[in-house]
Design a protein. Structure first.
Length: 309
């Protein structure tokens, strides 16, 4: 599958089309129930329109899921020095949903239920928009919030329009509350659980000596505190992406220093960045970690080393 910028724009448009198609599908279902006594030809036309709407909705959802899944996999697993267990859980959930979307009877049943229909499109639109919008020039932070807003608001709007009249506003308020809870969780730090697709940590090293733009003595243990610790990383991303990334230095889990990196996407081998820790808190002994995070708090990966004394 072509995963270039043009296809990214098509996937973003496809997520919008999936919602419009789903709304049209449920409108047709309601109309069909009201006109159950119409003739054979009109019933066939309604069935054809409903079948086409279901096929289009399902196709757009599968496009979004299967387009973005490899980006999340590379962001979470490939090239990352230390795999984050939360990222593994996110991938497991995304892959499970992608696999279930291929089971036509289940997908059709979910999409045909007025109260359950928004669930799969909401998950898909969040995953797809968060992944493809950086390829269109938006920062990862802005893309994350646009994706979260879309996933939070569209189910509420759909339920407000199509839920049974007696439950419409209650269900819409419940969906909106759930969406706002998601956004609050992201703001409070849950963004760290989501791989920073389509960014990818290609390489990360810790050492004490510099050779060109890489360390010459990468190590995971030091007998004593060196004069300095150098964190060198290479980060790959789509062409044209300019983003705010940080090296975050920690000792035994406590943050010591946060350094903003100059970063531009487009290099296949990754855009090379580095930072240096020169002053060690007393006592110097402990585990030191350099992690790469986005402005929204998403973790790209980390490398650690231990100073023995």
């Amino acid at each position: 599958m072509d995963r270039g910028p043009r296809r990214a724009a098509a996937v973003a448009a496809g997520t919008v089309l999936a919602w419009l198609s789903l709304v049209a599908l449920h409108a047709l279902q309601r109309f069909e129930l009201k006109t159950a006594q119409v003739g054979r030809l009109p019933r066939l036309l309604l069935w054809a329109a409903r079948f086409s709407g279901m096929t289009l909705t399902q196709g757009m959802l599968q496009l979004g899921l299967f387009f973005c899944a490899p980006f999340y996999f590379h962001a979470a697993i490939v090239g990352v020095a230390q795999v984050d267990p939360w990222h593994t859980a996110f991938l497991a959930g995304l892959f499970a949903i992608s696999a279930l979307s291929l089971w036509d009877p289940l997908t059709e049943w979910l999409l045909s239920q007025p109260l359950l229909a928004p669930l799969l499109p909401a998950v898909t639109s969040f995953a797809a928009l968060n992944c493809v919008l950086p390829g269109l020039g938006l920062s990862t932070q802005r893309s994350l919030w646009i994706a979260a807003t879309a996933a939070a608001l569209t189910p509420a709007l759909m339920l407000a329009a199509l839920a049974p009249a007696g439950q419409r506003w209650r269900l819409a308020a419940l969906a909106l509350g759930s969406g706002l809870t998601l956004m609050a969780a992201l703001w409070l730090g849950a963004a760290r659980l989501i791989p920073a697709a389509p960014l990818r940590l290609v390489r990360a090293e810790l050492g004490s000596q510099l050779e060109g733009k890489w360390v010459s003595d990468p190590a995971e243990r030091f007998a004593s505190a060196p004069p300095r610790l150098i964190c060198a990383t290479a980060i790959a991303s789509p062409v044209g992406l300019k983003d705010r990334l940080f090296h975050v230095w920690r000792k035994d889990g406590r943050e010591l220093w946060r350094i903003e990196l100059e970063f531009t996407g487009g290099r296949t081998e990754g855009y090379r960045t580095r930072s240096t820790l020169r002053h060690f808190p007393a006592p110097a002994r402990g585990r030191y970690e350099c992690s790469v995070v986005t402005a929204a708090g998403q973790l790209l990966g980390a490398r650690s080393a231990r100073i023995e004394q």
